[in-house]
Design a protein around this ligand. Structure first.
Ligand code: PGA
Length: 251
């Protein structure tokens, strides 16, 4: 099965004003998108519903996180049931900022994934190693352990609704993008691992996207690697160059 290229824009806690948000949406709405990629943006939760009204329909929306429960006394959280009811199709889970700054474990991320899938949401499932772990040659061990928590809870069919985002922590927000060779090597190893741990169909059909300081300038060579199926873009998703990235596969 051909894997459609996937471009995600992770706005994180940006921008700070509705005026700036509207300027970004205006740029996206006026842009020429060539259809070579599925394009999804993840604005702050507060902006999901306004954007559902104003954003062009070719671009889908993602939340940046969700809880495991459908409802209840969990101040500050958003539930998978609420996202599904609001017709938000995607949610990012396991982003390294959630893992490191907010203490989310791989087990919790796996439970959130299972809960979100149960409500019909699609998942952008983030994994990746720190610089220390890379330097200790633990990249694959770390990524596999992050995946294992989910593999153990999910069925093979669930992976049809998951995009894996390989985001080395040392590349996120640092301007230090992984080289195409570094990223390809990990992506190929992760795909092989999906084959071993789940099955050959999941290995060949699951999209594995790269994230970490992707820009309009760096996306071209990365996009030509056989196991890189798109990008999760942070900083550059707030800028007009996000359109260049969204069209890179058709360029
Ligand atoms: P960055 O962020 O592109 O700003 O490095 C990527 C991400 O955190 O998803």
């Amino acid at each position: 099965m051909a894997r459609k290229f996937f471009i995600g824009g992770n706005f994180k806690m940006n921008p700070a004003t509705a005026a700036a948000r509207d300027a970004i949406v205006d740029t996206l709405n006026k842009a020429q998108l060539d259809g070579s990629a599925e394009v999804v943006i993840a604005p702050p939760a507060l902006y999901l519903l306004p954007l559902q009204q104003t954003l062009r329909k070719e671009i889908a929306l993602a939340a940046q996180n969700c809880h495991t429960n459908d409802s209840g006394a969990f101040t500050g959280e958003i539930s998978p049931a609420q996202l599904a009811d609001a017709r938000i199709p995607y949610v990012i889970l396991g982003h390294s900022e959630r893992r490191t700054l907010f203490g989310e474990t791989s087990d919790l991320v796996a439970q959130k994934t299972q809960a979100a899938l149960a409500k019909g949401l699609k998942i952008i499932f983030c994994i990746g190693e720190t610089l220390e772990e890379r330097e200790a040659n633990k990249t694959l061990e770390v990524c596999r352990a992050q995946l294992d928590a989910a593999i153990n809870l999910l069925s093979p069919a669930d992976w049809a609704n998951i995009v894996i985002a390989y985001e080395p922590v040392w590349a996120i927000g640092t301007g230090k993008v992984a080289t195409p060779q570094q990223a390809q090597e990990v992506h190929a190893a992760l795909r092989a691992y999906l084959g071993e741990a789940i099955d050959a169909n999941v290995a060949s059909s699951t999209r594995i996207i790269y994230g970490g300081s992707v820009t309009g300038a760096s996306c071209g060579e990365l996009s030509s690697q056989p196991d890189i199926d798109g990008f999760l873009v942070g900083g550059a998703s707030l800028k007009p160059e996000f359109v260049t990235i969204a069209n890179v596969k058709g360029a």
